[in-house]
Ligand binder design. Structure first.
Ligand SMILES: [Zn+2]
Length: 109
């Protein structure tokens, strides 16, 4: 039993080597998450939070209640840049998770 497991593991390792796309995508995801963390520390972001307005519903919140939301999610190829991150309340962030804004709108209408 132990022998068969080992053999199967070796096979899957070899196959993974032939698909570098998978691992590089994961690497990119991690890099964008790190960039988002850096962005959260900037004065630019603190100013946006200080306004206390959710980008999606326009309601006012305490800065602590707002989270950084990617307009185009990282998982969809979005980047952690100023043009792609907005303050979002928790409800809106949860509602649009992993959906592109125009897809969310389509479902509403
Ligand atoms: Zn909101």
């Amino acid at each position: 039993m132990g022998c068969a497991m080992t053999r199967r593991e070796q096979k899957s390792k070899r196959r993974r080597k032939e698909e570098p796309f998978f691992s590089s995508g994961e690497q990119e995801l991690r890099r964008e998450k790190e960039k988002a963390r850096d962005l959260r520390r900037t004065q630019w972001w603190k100013r946006r939070l200080a306004k206390g307005e959710c980008h999606w519903c326009g309601k006012k919140f305490a800065p602590a209640e707002l989270t950084m939301d990617h307009v185009v999610p990282i998982s969809r190829g979005g980047r952690s840049v100023k043009g792609n991150v907005v303050p979002s309340c928790k409800a809106c962030n949860t509602a649009k998770k992993h959906r592109l804004p125009w897809e969310a709108r389509k479902e509403e209408g």
